[in-house]
Design a protein around this ligand. Structure first.
Ligand SMILES: Cc1cc2nc3c(=O)[nH]c(=O)nc-3n(C[C@H](O)[C@H](O)[C@H](O)COP(=O)(O)O)c2cc1C
Length: 381
């Protein structure tokens, strides 16, 4: 067992980890001002201030998940991260959030470096953020969505393949990343100065070989959710982390039964029950969850209705799908915050099946850099 003093020394060494390999200091590092081309993505109920600050201090880009926070909680979380690091960090938002305008104002006031969106923001929002000097980042699962986002001035695209965690598309990462990089990445005319949009690969990454693969496919870095969920600094209850660690690579499922949109989760009895449930009962349960989510996040009934109408329009949802949209955050909270796996859902990427440890964030990033440098040297040799 390490002595406490030794532990501090180890983590300080890891915190100062950077890379001298030119291939690993990418356009993404330059755009955002981070040492390493690795993003810890926004994960509802999971990526709070502690995880985000740990990632920022270890050289990556940490992102606070704000869709599941009240405005005041977001305010406090931004202050906490800013108090713990001088490095840049980001905030993940829902583009249809009723108080989006207020949240963007807060981010402008506090000098937040990156605004990441779970779905497509409007051209007006992108232009406002570009004017404010905040880097815009959007997660997409299809080439045509990447092209659309590049067309409205988004600077950074996370191309997430179907093996990724949470809401996710159908195209595998190995096909999507090079396709999106060809469409909008470096070497294309897209991008604010005609120099290409920055593309990050997501879905299935956990190590340095994965980072080198993404760079070889035309990306400028990687974004990871599940790997960061399974770290010492993630606040997910230990019993829940243990379930993740036991899950095999075949133990996940991409399902529409939770909220109508395809989402990758651990295949549990809760998911089987949702999939076999009678539609009207599912919708009634989801409506109840929508009201509980409203109470928890302090959303007024008027804002809830407005958000719902905007989602229905922008995502082309039926009324039943709309009623189910609040299901995901409530069912995720039951597991990730309250530790009740028997009633909640466990969003995850398939990569969970090849992760068997709970390292610190600094160890994750340090190991990625070490392995990426060794891989690049091996290939060059
Ligand atoms: C528990 C969990 C919660 C998530 N919540 C969000 C979210 O609130 N917003 C978002 O844009 N993406 C969310 N995602 C997707 C991740 O940000 C990320 O894009 C994805 O996990 C990448 O795939 P990987 O898990 O294979 O690394 C979530 C993923 C997980 C596992």
């Amino acid at each position: 067992m390490s002595e406490p003093a030794e532990q501090v020394a180890q983590s300080e060494a890891a915190i100062s980890r950077s890379t001298s390999h030119p291939a690993l200091t990418t356009r993404f590092c330059e755009l955002v001002g981070v040492r390493l081309p690795v993003v810890q993505t926004g994960m509802g109920w999971v990526s709070g201030a502690t995880l985000t600050a740990a990632t920022a201090n270890a050289g990556g880009l940490g992102i606070l998940a704000s869709a599941t926070m009240t405005f005041d909680e977001l305010d406090a979380a931004i202050a906490k991260v800013a108090g713990a690091t001088d490095a840049p960090f980001g905030v993940n938002l829902l583009p249809v959030q009723a108080d989006l305008d207020k949240r963007l104002g807060l981010m402008e006031d506090r000098g937040v470096a990156v605004a990441s969106f779970a779905g497509p923001p409007s051209a007006k929002v992108v232009s406002r953020l570009n004017d404010a000097g905040i880097v815009t980042m959007v997660t997409v699962g299809a080439r045509r969505h990447a092209e659309k986002m590049a067309g409205i001035g988004v600077q950074c695209i996370i191309a997430q393949g179907g093996e990724g965690g949470g809401h996710t598309g159908a195209v595998p990462t190995s096909l999507l990343v090079p396709d999106v990089a060809d469409a909008v990445g470096a070497g294309t005319a897209a991008g604010p100065n005609g120099d290409g949009v920055i593309v990050l690969g997501a879905g299935g990454y956990r190590d340095g070989r994965g980072l080198v693969t993404a760079l070889a496919q035309g990306a400028d870095g990687i974004a990871m959710g599940t790997r960061f969920l399974l770290t010492a600094e993630s606040g997910v209850p230990d019993d829940i982390k243990a379930i993740y660690l036991k899950t095999p690579v075949t133990g996940t499922v991409r399902t529409t039964a939770i909220d109508g949109a395809p989402q990758r989760v651990i295949a549990t009895d809760v998911i089987s029950a949702l999939e076999s449930g009678i539609a009207p009962v599912r919708v009634a349960n989801a409506l109840r969850n929508a009201l509980r989510f409203r109470a928890l996040t302090g959303t007024s009934l008027k804002d809830l209705v407005q958000t719902g109408l905007a989602m229905r329009k922008s995502q082309d949802l039926t009324w039943a799908q709309l009623a189910m949209a609040a299901n995901a955050p409530m069912l995720t909270k039951a597991a990730m915050v309250d530790g009740q796996a028997e009633v909640g859902i466990l969003p995850t990427g398939q990569v969970v099946g090849v992760i068997d440890s709970l390292p610190t964030v600094a160890e994750v990033l340090g190991d990625i850099v070490t392995e990426a440098e060794a891989t690049l040297e091996r290939l060059a040799g």
